[in-house]
Design a protein around this ligand. Sequence first.
Ligand SMILES: [Zn+2]
Ligand SMILES: [Zn+2]
Length: 102
Amino acid sequence: MHEEYCYSCDAVLDPSDADVCPKCSRKQTRACFCTRRISKGIATCPQCGTDWAKIDAVHEAQREEHHVDQRAQRRRRLLGAIVGLVILIGVPAAWWMLTSGR
Ligand SMILES: [Zn+2]
Ligand SMILES: [Zn+2]
C-alpha cells in the first residue's frame, strides 16, 4: 500500500480520511466538470482533459480582480458620501447667502 501525500504541504494523508489533509485540512480532491473526482495534485482531468492548473490560475486572477473591485467600490462610496455632505451643507449655505445678501 502506497502512502498519499497532501498536494499542498506534502503531509502524509490519513488513509481513513484521505480526502482531507490532517495537517493543513485542505481538501485533496475536487469534482471535475465531467463529475469525476480528481486529486487536486493532478493538473489535468484524466477523463475529460480539463486543465485545472489553468482554471486555478484564472480563479486566482479573478479573486485578485474582485479585491481591486471592492477597493474601488469603497472609494466610490466615500466619494458619494462627501458629495452628499457637500450638497447637504452647501446648498442651504448658498441659499442662505443668496437670500440674506440683499
Ligand atoms: Zn496539507
Ligand atoms: Zn473531467
